[in-house]
Design a binder for this molecule. Sequence first.
Ligand code: LLP
Length: 462
Amino acid sequence: MISTQAVEVENSGRQYLLLNQSRYANQQLLPLTAVVNSRDCLEIGGCDVTKLVEQYGSPLYILDEETLRRSCRQYRDALKRYYPGASQVLYASKAWSCLTVCALAFSEGLGIDVVSGGELYTSLQAGVSADKIYFHGNNKSLSELELAIASGCTIVVDNYLELQTLASITGKSTAPVRIMLRFTPGIECHTHEYIRTGHLDSKFGFDPNQLEQVFAYVLQQPALNCIGIHAHIGSQIFELQPHQDLADVMVEWLRIASSYGLPVKELNVGGGLGIRYTESDDPPSIDDWVKTVAEAIVVACQSQQLPLPKLLCEPGRSLVGPACVTAYTVGSRKEIPTVRTYLAVDGGMSDNPRPITYQSRYRAVVANRMSAPLLETVTIAGKHCESGDILIKDALLPKTEPGDILVVMGTGAYNYSMASNYNRLPRSAAVLVSNGEANLILQRETYQDLIRQDRLPERLLG
Ligand code: LLP
């Protein structure tokens, strides 16, 4: 049987999209609202993807509002369900920092984790209230710390230099500054080494062997109000055990903090839940992840006879990753007999640097011929002057022609936020789709934008 990209079936009045013959395996690769319309085109958020490309050009990030909102609610509601104490979900905005994504997360009751003055500024401009912003970073500059203090957000302190700097600059301010302390938990997990942060050999956080010295130091600083402890073990993690272990480790820290008389009330367990990029990925659900973490903390607190802290977590990828696809226009083709066929698209490593950076795998569909039979395996190449600029090594697709619209799935996390202007490609546009409406949320850069910061010394002018 020839497999087709999509088959529609009616199930309880809802259209399901079946890809590559495997309904459950592949449906989850596309945003929740994805359907195939009567023109055999992919529709997301009620918008025909091919029409979006006609209107906004390509490459185009297409963000499905419903999928994003739904994952925010899943985290929030699961925490309420499984954790009897107070809780707060923060969106790790490094996954995609822009006004709309921050505003959407905030409107769902989430706070925001920021890691730079730029992300902090973006969140504030998006209308996020400072008491729901947590500022991370292993080397915050003085001006970033000053901005953080002026905004009133909580600062997640990473090292002694930062503690000393804060103590010296907050001495001048009236109210003590709210801080959390980040420790390296010493937990190994199976993910790419670049996105692993929990093992002891990590640039992030205080060494947990110095826990007591750090607590003692903080206690002597009247200008610092230490409200909590933070740790994060890594990203794109499919195992639950490391998160459970982390909960135990952190509650032990909590016990030590309280023995020092440090009024630590918040525990932030970081993010890290992986998502499905291909049919072979099988991450736990948001619900399972939250249940594991919440129950582990409850049990550990009971055994240590500690009151439940306010529980914070800060997912990024699992909130925004599955909510977005990137649409490209297919261009040139190079067939190397018995070797491979390259199919080039009009973007690549500048809009999605993950394959070249982490050997990440993606899947794609041809959005203008969703039920066409899948006839060939091709390598999707970007248009950059770099042989490694390959988006997908082996993509099973229908026969394509120049002008076809190729949609790469699961591109919401760490794509736009890591995008570059390599080869002076203008950064792509992004639209938010919902109920048949599309709103431009990031304008496509122009050639003028590319040279906006350039300065040409006068002596070089002809
Ligand atoms: N909290 C902290 C302190 C983090 O460092 C991170 C991610 C998160 C939360 C969110 O983790 P998530 O839920 O998204 O896994 N650029 C890489 C990912 C780097 C992750 C950095 N930290 C990638 O494209 O895979």
